[in-house]
Design a protein around this ligand. Structure first.
Ligand SMILES: Nc1ncnc2c1ncn2[C@@H]1O[C@H](COP(=O)(O)OP(=O)(O)OP(=O)(O)O)[C@@H](O)[C@H]1O
Ligand SMILES: O=C(O)[C@H](O)COP(=O)(O)O
Length: 407
């Protein structure tokens, strides 16, 4: 257990500034509901029920990107999950924000505007530097405590993630507490487990997969590889897959960056990896079709999921495991036609009584999208980059600040 102060240590009836992470996919300007909202709703509801004046900070996207939008839609979605009104102010630490903060009654909740719209937020700086910023200095006097619940942004040393913890008594929220404990514990748990330890690795970045394989190689017996890295590993072994076709721009760039490492891995550690033996693609009628690796002479279409032969080979390995960890989806699960691989592997994990942690960017969405029960897993992570950092033993600066402040 990390040496944080938690919500159990926080007195009721205070003015509390809370950092959450509501960063979400945005499609055509519309913020997509996802697991982060229902997770944070629990912390927010608890704080409001305990008669605190609750002020939330969160970010969305990055300047210059299409997903860099206001948090007004987030307030509406979060309100549904919390079951209490969420006031929203289109300001972060100016006069409007201060007036809204001062107007709050006990038990009321206010969401401030996207923190990344403040110039002070984004520069990666030491916590001491962020603590001196106008953002932190202006807002801190209006609060009695700072709660950081934004585990999934804890690998970012931004003003709202590290600065306030130095100016106010700092506490970890419920999400931070659980995510830190489970995700940081994966490597240790894997090393301690006596039986088979398996890790499903997918997603769209081979660099991430290489980083996990290199850091956890001693702890994991078998890596079940899918997603785009699956194709790239096979390309490293000389198969005619793992390249872009048509106007695709997903694989060749990654190949150039990682081919030496991938070739080295398949040459020296091949017995640790299970690689796809077939793939799913979209046929001329828009249906899911599958092709065996051995039947591919030349790649002429995008492969969007592992095929059923691969699923049938991977599932028994999961079933005989004592611990299974997931990082990333093995196919484009957002499209129902290409969700079989991701859903069937995650379902298999849920059926066994192995210890399990499922995470990686959007992977948590698979559960709600396809009706899987969270109760069948030890932990579902809602973090992407922070989960990767935890798996690969890199520091999460915002979590470290909370621990330092508590000691
Ligand atoms: N064969 C594939 N082709 C294209 N995209 C794929 C393929 N397989 C998986 N993906 C995509 O990879 C994306 C990232 O998956 P996921 O978020 O689970 O992994 P991740 O490695 O944790 O990534 P993130 O950086 O988002 O945290 C998903 O949106 C999924 O659609
Ligand atoms: O969604 C995330 O993974 C976090 O909110 C971090 O977002 P960032 O990668 O834009 O910093």
């Amino acid at each position: 257990m990390a040496a944080f102060n938690t919500l159990d240590d926080l007195a009721d009836g205070q003015r509390v500034l809370v950092r959450v992470d509501l960063n979400s996919p945005v499609e055509d300007g519309v913020v997509q509901d996802n697991h982060r909202f229902d997770r944070y709703a629990e912390t927010v509801r608890e704080l409001a029920d305990r008669d605190n004046k609750v002020v939330l900070m969160a970010h969305q996207g990055r300047p210059g990107r299409d997903d860099f939008v206001s948090l007004d839609q987030h307030a509406e979605i979060l309100e549904e999950y919390v079951g209490k009104p969420i006031n929203f102010v289109e300001d972060i630490y100016g006069d409007d924000a201060i007036a809204a903060i001062e107007g709050l009654e006990a038990g009321e909740i206010l969401l401030l505007e996207n923190t990344r719209m403040a110039d002070d937020e984004l520069p990666e700086k030491a916590p001491e530097e962020h603590a001196k910023s106008d953002f932190v200095q202006t807002l801190s006097p209006y609060f009695d405590a700072f709660v950081n619940d934004a585990y999934s942004a804890a690998h970012r040393a931004h003003a709202s993630t590290v600065g306030f913890a130095l100016e106010l008594p700092a506490y970890a929220g419920r999400v931070m507490e659980a995510e830190y404990e489970y995700n940081t514990g994966v490597a240790e748990r894997a090393r301690e487990t006596e039986g088979q330890v398996t890790m499903v690795l997918g997603g769209n970045k081979s660099e991430d997969v290489i980083s996990v394989v290199n850091n956890l190689g001693d702890a994991i017996d078998t890596f079940l590889i899918g997603g785009l890295p699956g194709e790239l590993f096979l390309r490293a072994e000389g198969h005619p897959v793992g390249m872009d076709v048509g106007d695709m721009d997903l694989l060749d760039g990654q190949w150039e960056e990682t081919k030496d490492t991938l070739e080295d891995l398949v040459a020296n550690r091949r017995d640790e990896f299970e690689l796809p033996t077939d793939f799913a693609y979209e046929d001329d009628d828009g249906e899911r079709a599958e092709i065996a690796l051995e039947d591919i002479d030349e790649k002429d279409t995008g492969y969007l999921d592992i095929g059923h032969d691969t699923i049938e080979a991977y599932v028994p390995i999961i079933e005989e495991s004592e611990a299974v960890f997931v990082k990333g989806a093995v196919g484009v699960f957002e499209d129902e036609r290409f969700a079989d691989g991701t859903v069937e592997l995650i379902e298999a994990i849920g059926r066994t009584d192995c210890f399990s942690v499922v995470g990686g960017g959007d992977t948590a969405r698979t559960l709600s999208m396809y009706g899987l029960s969270e109760d069948d897993y030890d932990h579902i992570s809602i973090a992407g980059g922070a989960y990767l950092n935890a798996l690969t033993g890199q520091e999460l600066e915002a979590a470290e600040v909370l621990i330092e402040q508590a000691t």
